[in-house]
Ligand binder design. Structure first.
Ligand SMILES: [Zn+2]
Ligand SMILES: [Zn+2]
Length: 134
């Protein structure tokens, strides 16, 4: 499935050919802190199927508990989180932040990780009253 997308300010844009089955939610605490959100949804794509059209993401190198290095890519101008990937020199597999895509509604998560880190209130989101904003 062809997708395209980019960051909030428009400096970084990409297009990719992804498998819509490879969409997963990450509930880990690193994602929570880095995104400022309860959960993060990723679509996993090999570097050969992802092309950055404009701009270049700033990368923060994170060392995971297992010792692996991960590059966390974001827009240096507007701060939009764009991806995480291996940073060890091997061909990259990107966890592209699915909601930065213009086809976000079609990228429905099929699985989720780190459920034990999910905020307890998130499981019952529909019980929180909705306020009319528009
Ligand atoms: Zn930007
Ligand atoms: Zn995570």
């Amino acid at each position: 499935m062809k997708i395209d997308g980019g960051c909030y300010c428009g400096e970084i844009t990409y297009e990719a050919d992804v498998d819509p089955e490879k969409v997963a939610i990450c509930n880990c605490m690193d994602c929570q802190r880095m995104s400022g959100s309860a959960v993060r949804s990723n679509v996993y794509v090999d570097e050969s199927d992802l092309k950055f059209l404009t701009g270049k993401a700033t990368e923060f190198i994170k060392t995971s508990e297992s010792g692996h290095k991960r590059a966390i890519g974001f827009c240096g101008n507007c701060g939009t989180a764009l991806y995480a990937c291996n940073a060890d020199g091997e061909p990259r597999t990107y966890g592209l932040r699915a909601l930065t895509s213009n086809q976000r509604d079609q990228l429905v998560p099929k699985s989720q990780y780190w459920l034990r880190s999910r905020p307890a209130w998130f499981a019952d989101l529909d019980s929180i009253p909705g306020l009319q904003t528009q």
